[in-house]
Ligand binder design. Sequence first.
Ligand code: SF4
Ligand code: SF4
Length: 98
Amino acid sequence: MKGIIFDIQPFSVYDGPGIRTTVFFKGCNLRCRWCHNPESWLTEPQLRFYPSKCIGCGKCFNICPNGAHVMTEDGHIIDRSKCTVCRNVPITATATLF
Ligand code: SF4
Ligand code: SF4
């Protein structure tokens, strides 16, 4: 069996009785209206980005082959239409693939 895991939560106490480690896979097709994990819907890898954690070091600007990263007056933004999920993205606290 193969799958893409986008999160692992130890000490998970909200998804059933008792304490467990919850493993989240991508590719859920249920589309619940109350979904708390819409990042699970697609089966393909996606770029995860936390703008508030970006320090503007520029590593991802230099490494992206498609120019998807842009620094503006409003800060670091990503043009996701240019992202091909090339897996060149630096694995940092701010930008990872999931
Ligand atoms: S997302 Fe990460 S690698 Fe890119 S500029 Fe911000 S801190 Fe640097
Ligand atoms: S995954 Fe690749 S194409 Fe997408 S933004 Fe990062 S470096 Fe650019």
